[in-house]
Write a protein that binds this ligand. Structure first.
Ligand code: NOJ
Ligand code: CA
Length: 695
């Protein structure tokens, strides 16, 4: 055993010990603890040279010994026979700033342990494991060094295990290789049955090959700990799903594959994998306030991105989902006309709404859904004949509204790759700084999946290319967020969940009231969400008698605060906002934050978040509940001492109910300060939104 003792050991809580296993063979162990000492990762090698790690929070086991390994194409598996040749450690402590985000200053503080490993015997192959222990969770990644005679390796399987300690309650969606737009399920770990979610009637694409979950997957243990498993810095690799063994309570990484290449990832040497992450918290609210995922990403590579302004936005969008208009011109009810765009611009400008998304502006929509050969259908520069793009942009500028571009690729990314430069150059010429992209449908070429390495690289190429033209991207049907926004702050938002649109057309009753109180503790831990809140005409019977939004209006307003995104859509039709007193909240709400505090919450039940607006001193608070009504006291002790604020409270009316009476909204005004304790009452499926304006 070649172990080098470290001088720093005692300083940072790292210990290396030699000991003997039951057969008397020497084994080695190393461990690293978080800065406050509460979380410890132990790493061990057994007598066969198999490496394993375990995680503790205080005296409580979080992960029992779990092994690590790989399989490769035309290279022996990495499965054991390892020695630790070196170990080194360091403390990382820095404060960095988000150019836009939930807060300005982010504290990144952890202890890091690097173990260099070598296979015994002839091969002598080397790799390293890097562990980080934070006060709010742990992370680790694999680093493959250069190897003589090889410039790349082909990974056919990653075997990262997470051995849970019991049958935890889990909030999960299936490990779909193509889409995250599933309802969350709440079951014990032993009850996870992802295969029963196949053949989803509402999805244009879906592929669930085995009983696996997607990440983030959040759990509650019988000891009351909250855990969330995910990954950070997914770069040049495949997305990770977690295969479930219902009986042993073990999860094992299952990378998204490709039927074309037959492998999971081909990576250059040297290479570092994405981080495998576990958030660990005693209170569910701490999961939301953790910045573990962004902290594990590299610093901003783009520099100044002040050309992107966080904003609320309206859209020629909901009307297509309601079937009031269509994307395509041939339908005879085309939505993206110059005239319609101008009326939305007038509405946005009059109501302090910063942006306008216009979908269906370019030719090709006649050949969108259902077409086999979608290559070359869209070109992203040719407007329909009834849409004068230059005039719309001119008018918007005059009215102080930014146009948001739309690029639906119809899951033909090779066409988009060819045209990205041209498309973004047009945007730059027009002074348009953000685009919503979309990837609806089975991928072309057939055999690639949305979450595989090929697409991970495509989505990244889009971000890098867009950045050259000062363009920010809000991706729909995206790859999951893994904190890349720290490195590429033009990755402003994304979908990657069942969004509001499902309420307009899904045939399974839409998103139930518990959906967003689960999303806040699962998908939202990954990063910003373009959920598109703000529907006021909850039942829209004039358009779709069988569909509706399953919340009250007050909850639709609260979502502007609870579901974080630097672009936040006021999604309803102009005529549905007319004369509505609740519109005042959308006029005054902030979108860019100095700090955020999660005040209370439980996954699947309720959540309350307060955010302080950058630059104004105003605070905004949002609270949402599931199908149960609730009362709560909220202390405004986060307000500045000695200062009085005017609070505008947009609450559920006395008789509000998500289904029976969703539009019952009660607006009141009162003076508040840091000593105020509010008594809030949320209706079933309801919420409350509060503007706390500095006087
Ligand atoms: C699906 C997106 O989620 C939705 O927002 C968009 O309107 C359509 N695709 C068309 O691109
Ligand atoms: Ca979608």
């Amino acid at each position: 055993m070649r172990l080098k003792l470290l001088t720093l050991l005692s300083l940072i809580g790292l210990v290396l010990t030699g000991c003997a296993d039951q057969s008397g063979n020497e084994t080695s162990e190393t461990s690293v603890s978080s800065p406050d000492g509460s979380i410890t990762i132990d790493v061990s090698l057994d007598s066969t040279g198999q490496i394993a790690y375990s995680v503790n929070k205080g005296a409580t086991a979080v992960i029992e010994p779990s092994t690590l390994g790989f399989e490769f194409q035309e290279w022996p598996a990495m499965a054991g026979g390892l020695e630790i040749t070196n170990s080194s450690s360091t403390t990382i402590e820095e404060t960095w700033q988000m150019p836009w985000g939930e807060q300005i200053d982010v504290h990144n503080h952890c202890n890091e342990l690097t173990l260099d490993l070598q296979e015994s015997g002839e091969s002598g192959r080397k790799f390293s494991l890097i562990f980080r222990a934070y006060d709010d969770g742990i992370a680790f990644r694999y680093a493959f060094p250069e190897h003589e005679g090889k410039d790349s390796i082909i990974i056919t399987d990653e075997h990262t295990e997470f051995q849970l300690t019991g049958d935890h309650t889990c909030w999960w969606i299936p490990g779909d290789w193509d889409i995250y737009e599933h309802l969350y399920n709440t079951t014990p770990f032993s009850g996870i049955d992802a295969l029963s979610k196949q053949n989803h009637p509402n999805l244009a694409q879906t592929y669930i090959p085995e009983n696996a979950v997607n990440t983030p997957v959040t759990m509650k243990t019988s000891e009351g700990l909250y855990l969330s498993f995910h990954e950070a810095n997914l770069t040049n690799y495949s997305g990770m799903t977690l295969k479930v063994d219902n009986e042993t309570f073990k999860m094992t990484s299952e990378l998204v594959g490709s039927d074309i290449t037959g492998y999971k990832a081909k990576v250059p040497l040297p290479f570092k994998t994405p981080w495998r992450t576990i958030q660990i918290a005693e209170k569910a609210t701490d999961l939301i306030d953790s910045r573990l995922i962004v902290n594990l990403n590299e610093p901003n590579k783009l520099g100044d991105v002040s050309w992107f302004n966080p904003m609320t936005y309206a859209g020629i969008w909901w009307e297509m989902h309601l079937d009031k208009s269509r994307w395509d011109l041939a339908s005879g009810k085309h939505g993206a006309t110059t005239e319609n765009a101008k009326s939305f611009i007038d509405f946005a400008s009059a109501n302090n709404i910063g942006g306008l998304l216009i979908e269906g502006w370019n030719t090709g929509w006649e050949h969108w859904i259902g077409f086999e050969d979608r290559e070359g259908v869209f070109d992203f520069v040719t407007p329909y004949s009834d849409y004068d793009i230059e005039e719309v942009v001119r008018y918007a500028k005059e009215k102080g509204v930014e146009i948001i571009m739309h690029h639906e690729t119809s899951a033909a990314p090779r066409t988009y790759d060819q045209q990205m430069d041209t498309a973004y150059a047009l945007m730059q010429k027009l002074g348009i700084h953000s685009v919503k992209t979309g990837y609806v449908g089975p991928l072309i070429p057939k055999g690639e999946y949305h979450h595989g390495q090929w697409m991970v690289n495509h989505y990244r190429r889009a971000l890098e290319t867009a950045a050259k033209y000062e363009v920010a991207i809000n991706a729909h049907e995206p790859i999951k967020a893994t904190g890349i926004r720290r490195t590429y702050p033009n990755a402003i938002s994304r979908e990657g969940l069942r969004g509001q649109e499902f309420n307009a057309w899904s045939n399974d009753g839409g998103n139930p009231p518990e959906h967003l109180p689960i999303v806040a503790f699962t998908r939202m831990l990954a990063g910003p969400i373009d959920y598109t809140p703000g529907i006021f005409n909850i039942k829209f019977d004039g358009y779709k008698p069988d569909n509706q939004v399953n919340t009250t209006i007050a909850q639709q307003l609260a979502l502007f605060i609870v579901i974080y995104s630097p672009i936040q859509m006021a999604a309803d039709l102009v005529e549905h906002y007319e004369g509505q007193p609740g519109l005042q909240f959308i006029r005054e709400v902030g979108v860019d934050w100095e700090k955020s505090i999660t005040i209370n919450g439980e996954p699947g039940d309720f959540v309350t978040i307060a955010r302080k607006e950058k630059g104004t001193g105003n605070w905004f608070l949002g609270s949402i509940t599931d199908e149960n009504s609730r009362k709560m006291k909220v202390a405004l002790d986060f307000l500045e001492e000695g200062k009085t604020y005017t609070a505008h409270i947009y609450a559920d009316g006395e008789n509000a109910h998500w289904d029976d009476n969703p539009t019952d909204l009660k607006i009141s005004e009162m003076d508040v300060d840091a000593s105020t304790v509010l008594d809030l009452k949320l209706a079933a499926g309801g919420g409350v939104a509060i503007s706390i304006l500095a006087k």
